[in-house]
Structures are given as structure tokens and as C-alpha cells.
Design a protein around this ligand. Structure first.
Ligand SMILES: [Zn+2]
Length: 599
């Protein structure tokens, strides 16, 4: 049965290029999952985009002497290039600066407002006197009133560890331009999160299949909820559709609020682009549909608590009740799939410390599948994991090239040289049947792991089939069977069938290599589809000119099953699937990210 599966992928913030730690959290896992779901025949909608509002964008644009619009135009394009290069199969990757996103955000807010889950409150807030914009706590520093540390931040003192209020700092100053912040009374919107404590807790009680760290963390958050601001004094973001606020020059939604609504707005935009404006409802309103959210662990809060609370408020399902909003009753996440951090020398990737590996640099030198493989087999699925060039070289050379690349190469080469086509098998012996049974059985075991987002176990099982096939060839030695061509051909046919099965099992992880193996086995047409960039134009309701990532994944041939390889199909000698890396790379790193040595 075909199920609608929403793959909701965390939105990269458009303030710079992404590093490999980012795509190990939200990117590769969500794509492996989506490709598998499509192969089993489910109707996948994979959406995301660049997150383009908020103070950090404004601050960085000021620092670079440009406008927020110019900044996000530039970085959304850089990020799109990286994600296309990695082969992430988005149905729609869009932007939060579109008219459509602004309208969906306002409509969802209107439902929360109407149901009484948002109130206004006058607070004392810091603003920059020169710009009139909110000066967020972490952009204010001063002397700690408790310990006297001169560089305490507005939200906490790094010396004594106490939580602070920026109004308490002695000699407060802006970290952006050094001016003294002004503390003024300003009106803000507060989202009544405590009104969802009960409904969130009972919903989380039904999520027993989540990764335990995500579930336990979310339960603790839901026990201690406080009202949360959803507005800022800022002139870059989504306008607030209330009298007196709509036209205010310095009132916008807080970026966290509009960013999580992107999952819905991107789905709505996707539907508009297909010509069936209600098509998004299959993934959001059908009770049979499933929704999986992928992110790094620093974003769990927004996906397991904030976004579900917004959905419950829109549905009228918090303590205050209410009516179902204009989108109809919206589904909560089926699962929040969070990764831990990919680190380098034990620390998070950091541009300022020089420990950063950008996706674009990586793809230019090594191509996408080596990185996809590394993240899948050795990434931070369940614990923080250190990236080392040494391990990357070892995995690429000994697993991808020696194990998988070599199996494809020698199976196809031998058949091409001796027969010129897929050979015909005669009487199979027990060793042939045992190997074929193993590769057929792997579809169920690997598939069960993928359906549960257990990527390491899944790729481990798929690579086990590869290992068994290599052992089989070494033992059967078809290259020594010149005097018994019937037996030789049976062995080669068996090997080619297992190559085809293993290629199918590895397709979600290695879609670019999978296309090459498909062609090496004599196949034609698109086995695994790749995303591309499209100009989304200025037409219709979208209003803005912007480009998106999308793809025609329905036309790809890959299906999650063992299909018999056609006897007699012509074969040519293949080109090597994976280039081996120079082992010295493991000691030095590449020239653009050299390993830091010394004290
Ligand atoms: Zn202190």
C-alpha cells in the first residue's frame, strides 16, 4: 500500500556556506530515508529551503555593507549548489523570503491568535539607538554584576556561569558597534507554550519508537514550558497581521517562529507548482500519512515541542481549546529524527578556529558518494563523532573502492571478456543458491533498518552482502574455469545478479554510483534521479522571483526488490567506480583544509 510520507528537512540558515557537519545532521540521512521510501513505492514529499530572516542575517549584512536581501540571495544560491551537488532529492527546496511563505506564516499565526494562544505583553527590551532594532541578549556585553567579569554576555556570564538579564549589566555595550544599548518599553507577542504542556506530554507518550535520547530530552522540555516571544523589533522578516502591527516599520515575527512554519509553506508552494493547489493536504491532513523530521540535535526543541505546539494551537487542541484553523486539522510529526554532532578534534566545526570543512570544497575534490558513504557508515547517528581524514581515506579505499568497486569491476569485466553479455546459468550448485538467498533476504533486513532511520545498521547489512559476494568469487575462481565454461558462466551470472541486488540495496546511500553500476550492467535510462535547480519565476501567487530545487523522481527505475538480470544483455568493460585516494591525504589533509599540526 502506498503511504504519503513527508520528509521535513531542517532549514539551513542563509548566512554562509554549509560545512560537512551540517549535512551529516539534516542532509544525507533525510535523503537516504526519502530515496528508500520512494523505492518501496510510498508517495514522498521532501521539502525544505533556506532560513533567511532574523537578527544574525541583519547583523551580517550590516557588517558586509550590504542588504539582507542581497546577502540571502547570495547564500541561498551557494547552499543550493552544495545540496544539488550532494544529490539530495528534494521535491521542493525553497526560501523563507517568498510571498507564499509570508502568507502561510500569517495564516497560521491568525489561527493561534483567534484561539487565544498568543497574547501581547509590554516588556523592557534593548534596542540599538542608531537603528531602532532589537539588540538580542547575546549581542550585548558588559561587566557582570555578580563577579565583576568585564566581558559578560547579556544572557549569561561565561566566568561565573550565572544567567543574566542584559538590563543588569554594568556598562552595557553593543557587540555589533560598541554603542550603549537603550532599554525601552516595547510591546511583543508571546506564544502561550504552557497551554500545551498536557497535550504535548500525552502526545509524546505515544512516541515510544523515537530514539531514546530525543524522546527523553523532549519530555523534559515539555514539563517546563514558559511563554515564548514570537515577535522582534526588526525590519527584516514576516509582517504581523494585526491592527497596529501590520504596517509598523519595526515589528516582525521572530525568525524561529516563521522558520518552522516553512515545512507547511514549502508543501503549499510545491502543490501550487504542480497545478493542484490542494495536493499538500495528502501529507498534512490525511491521518494515514507519516511525517519524519530530520535535524541536528541543537534543533530538537523546535521540532519536538515548538512546532507541535503551533500545530496543536492551530488545531484548537491546547488547554484553551478552539477551532480548527484555515488549513484543516494538521498532523503532528510521526518522528523527530535527530543526529548528534560531527566534530573535528573533539570540537564542533568552527569557522573562527579554522576547523571547518565546507561541503563545496569537499565535493569538488572527492565527489558526493564518498561523503554520503562516510556519513552513513561513520556519521554521528547516535553519538558525537570525530571526522578524521585518516578514517575518510581508509573507508574510501578499503570499503568503497576495494570491496564494492572491485566486486563490480571484476564481475562485469570477467563476463564482458569471456561472454560479452550477461551469461546464461545452467545447474546452480548450493554455493550459488546460498549467496543468492542471502542477497534476496537483505532487502527485508536492510529495509527494516532504513524504515527506522537506522542508517549505520542498514549500510552495514548491505555491505555484508558485498563482502559475501567477494568471498564467493575468490572461492569459486571463475577465472580458472576455462575448461568448464558452463560452470564459469553460472558463477558469473550469480555474481552479476548479486551485484545488481547489492546496487539496489546501496542506491539510497550511493545514488550517483548506483546509476553508473546500472549502466555497467547494461541498463539504460535513469536508475536513480538527481535534483536540479529551476527558476520558479514571478508568475501567479508566488509573486517573487526565486529559484528552487526539485526533481522528477517518479520516473526513476530503482525499486526495492531483487529483479532478475536479463540473460544475453550486452556488457562492456566498466570504468572504475571509485578512485583510490593517496594514503598521505590521511596524514596531511587536502591543501584547502590541512590538518593542524604542532603544539
Ligand atoms: Zn559573572
Amino acid at each position: 500500500m502506498s503511504i504519503p510520507v513527508l520528509t521535513a528537512v531542517a532549514w539551513p540558515y542563509a548566512n554562509g556556506p554549509r560545512h560537512i557537519g551540517h549535512v551529516s545532521g539534516f542532509g544525507v540521512p533525510s535523503d537516504v530515508f526519502s530515496r528508500y521510501q520512494r523505492m518501496v513505492g510510498n508517495r514522498v514529499l521532501m521539502v525544505s529551503g533556506t532560513d533567511e530572516h532574523g537578527t544574525p542575517i541583519q547583523v551580517q549584512a550590516d557588517a558586509e555593507g550590504t542588504t539582507p536581501r542581497e546577502l540571502v540571495d547570495r547564500y541561498s544560491r551557494v547552499i543550493q549548489d552544495d545540496l544539488v551537488g550532494l544529490g539530495l532529492s528534494y521535491d521542493l527546496f525553497t526560501r523563507t523570503s517568498t510571498d507564499n511563505h509570508h502568507r502561510v506564516t500569517q495564516d497560521l499565526f491568525t489561527a493561534l491568535w483567534h484561539n487565544g494562544y498568543v497574547r501581547t505583553e509590554k516588556t523592557l527590551g534593548a534596542i540599538s539607538p542608531s537603528t531602532g532594532r532589537t539588540l538580542p541578549d547575546r549581542y550585548i556585553e558588559g561587566t557582570c554584576p555578580i563577579c565583576g567579569y568585564p566581558s559578560a554576555r547579556g544572557d549569561q556570564c561565561d566566568n561565573c556561569g550565572n544567567q543574566l538579564d542584559p538590563a543588569d549589566l554594568i556598562n552595557p555595550r553593543s557587540r555589533i558597534n560598541g554603542e550603549t544599548p537603550q532599554f525601552v518599553e516595547t510591546e511583543h507577542l508571546l506564544f502561550d507554550l504552557p497551554a500545551f504542556s498536557k497535550s504535548l506530554a500525552s502526545w509524546l507518550d505515544t512516541r515510544t519508537h523515537w530514539r531514546p535520547n530525543v524522546l527523553n530530552f523532549s519530555r523534559r522540555l515539555a514539563e517546563d514550558l514558559k511563554p515564548r516571544a514570537i515577535s522582534r523589533d526588526l525590519d527584516w522578516g514576516v509582517r504581523i497581521p494585526l491592527d497596529g502591527w501590520q504596517d509598523a516599520p519595526m515589528k516582525r515575527f521572530y525568525v524561529w517562529f516563521d522558520a518552522v512554519i516553512g515545512y507547511l509553506s514549502a508543501s503549499v508552494e510545491w502543490a501550487q507548482r504542480t497545478g493542484d493547489p490542494d495536493a499538500w493536504k495528502q501529507w498534512w491532513c490525511d491521518p494515514e500519512s507519516q511525517a519524519y523530521y530530520f535535524m541536528g540535535k541543537d534543533n530538537i526543541t523546535f521540532h519536538s515541542v515548538m512546532w507541535p505546539a503551533i500545530l496543536l494551537g492551530h488545531n484548537g487542541e491546547g488547554d484553551r481549546g478552539g477551532e480548527v484553523g484555515s488549513f484543516g486539522r494538521l498532523n503532528l510529526p510521526t518522528e523527530v529524527v535527530s543526529s548528534e554532532f560531527l566534530t573535528m578534534s573533539g570540537s564542533k566545526f568552527s569557522t573562527s578556529r579554522g576547523t571547518v570543512i565546507y561541503v563545496g570544497d569537499f565535493l569538488r575534490e572527492f565527489g558526493p558518494d564518498a561523503l554520503r558513504y562516510f556519513i552513513s557508515v561513520a556519521g554521528p547517528e547516535n553519538q558525537d563523532t570525530d571526522f578524521t581524514w585518516d578514517e575518510f581515506v581508509r573507508r574510501t579505499n578499503f570499503e568503497l573502492a576495494n570491496e564494492w568497486g572491485n566486486l563490480v569491476n571484476r564481475s562485469v569485466s570477467l563476463a564482458a571478456k569471456n561472454v560479452g553479455a550477461v551469461p546464461e546459468p545452467t545447474a546452480p550448485d548450493p554455493a550459488d543458491e546460498a549467496l543468492l538467498a542471502q542477497s534476496r533476504a537483505a532487502f527485508e533486513t536492510v529495509g527494516a533498518h532504513l524504515a527506522r532511520s537506522r542508517f549505520k545498521q542498514a549500510i552495514g547489512e548491505a555491505m555484508r552482502v558485498v563482502g559475501e559476494a567477494n568471498a564467493y568469487l575468490s572461492h569459486q575462481e571463475p577465472w580458472k574455469r576455462k575448461d568448464d565454461p558452463a560452470r564459469r558462466d553460472t558463477i558469473l551470472h550469480t555474481a552479476l545478479q548479486v551485484v545488481q541486488d547489492a546496487n539496489t540495496l546501496l542506491t539510497p546511500f550511493l545514488p550517483h554510483a548506483a546509476q553508473k553500476v546500472h549502466e555497467a550492467l547494461g541498463g539504460t535510462g535513469v536508475w536513480a534521479e538527481q535534483p536540479h535547480r529551476e527558476d520558479a519565476g514571478t508568475s501567479g501567487e508566488l509573486g517573487t522571483s526565486h529559484s528552487v530545487l526539485t526533481g522528477d523522481y517518479a520516473s526513476e527505475q530503482a525499486r526495492w526488490e531483487s529483479t532478475p538480470i536479463p540473460v544475453g544483455r550486452p556488457l562492456a568493460r566498466p570504468t572504475p567506480l571509485f578512485a583510490k585516494l593517496d594514503p598521505s591525504l590521511g596524514e596531511t589533509g587536502p591543501s584547502w583544509a590541512p590538518i593542524q599540526t604542532g603544539e
